[in-house]
Design a protein around this ligand. Sequence first.
Ligand SMILES: [Zn+2]
Length: 335
Amino acid sequence: MHTQDKLKNLGVELPLFPLTSVGSFPKPEYIKKARARFVKGELTRKELETLEEKATREWIEFQENIGIDVLVDGEMYRGDMVAYFAEELKGFSQSSFVRSYGNRYYRKPVITAPVVWEKPMTVDWWKKAQAMTQKPMKGMLTGPYTIMDWSFNEYYKDREATCMALAQVIRKEVEALISAGAKLIQIDEPACSVRPSELPLVIQSMNVVTEGLPAYFFTHICYGDFEKIYPEMTEIPVENFDLEMSNSENDLLNCFKKRSFPKDLTAGIVDVHTHEIEAESTLKARLEQILDVIPARQLWVDPDCGLKTRTVEEAKKKLEVIATVVKSLRKSYSN
Ligand SMILES: [Zn+2]
């Protein structure tokens, strides 16, 4: 089935070049303070949650105001994209601190027993966020391969067994999201391109997660060396690949020129690693380059990656400039 038909069957109607986001937005100061106070026991979970709902609502209103088509909740209630799930699933405990990214320390999750899905991990937040808007809200999960790769395993016999066990629990979460009404679900696999020899495992585990389910699936992949896994990576069973394009100045297009991209593509057109707000002309040029290679009806647009490391102000400006450029591009296509 063509990916567009899948959307139609789900009753989701979108304009040309649908606009979306990868997932995370920066937390406003009051959320950062509230999270710190919660950790110290100065704030109840309920009080923290009330503030997280307020921040979620603000981000949803912002996305609606600038004309985003498929919204995200902004992940005000999440910290690390793997630790969040490790804390919710049975079978994980936490390691002592591990050093990453220079001087940042974090607790890497450790699998010490069979991983078990006991209850939905993201569904309550998805429902709350979807109730705040008429636009479709994406379900957002971290994929089994990335959870495996970013955790220590002390229970399963090898990486494959770990990944496949995680695939079963992530499928349960996908089913719960679909039962709640989610039609568009993104399963992030940023670790996917790090070990090209394990790409078959990524494909096999994603198949467990998505097979036969009535939703339009995205996977977000960033960093890494796509040249080594293209075109094989397009066998990952999802409809849409959300890829970091602008950070590498559209290098990926060279791959797509050699072998045409067979699925929908959500192209990141702003760099999330710089403070600089790109000019409209820069984004327009990036999109034109992409449209030389990718048919218009396959193209979605978003930032390269989650925006959580930017300031609220920077993130909003980057999203605004994307929305402005895409709206004017749509006009030129309808003429
Ligand atoms: Zn990313």
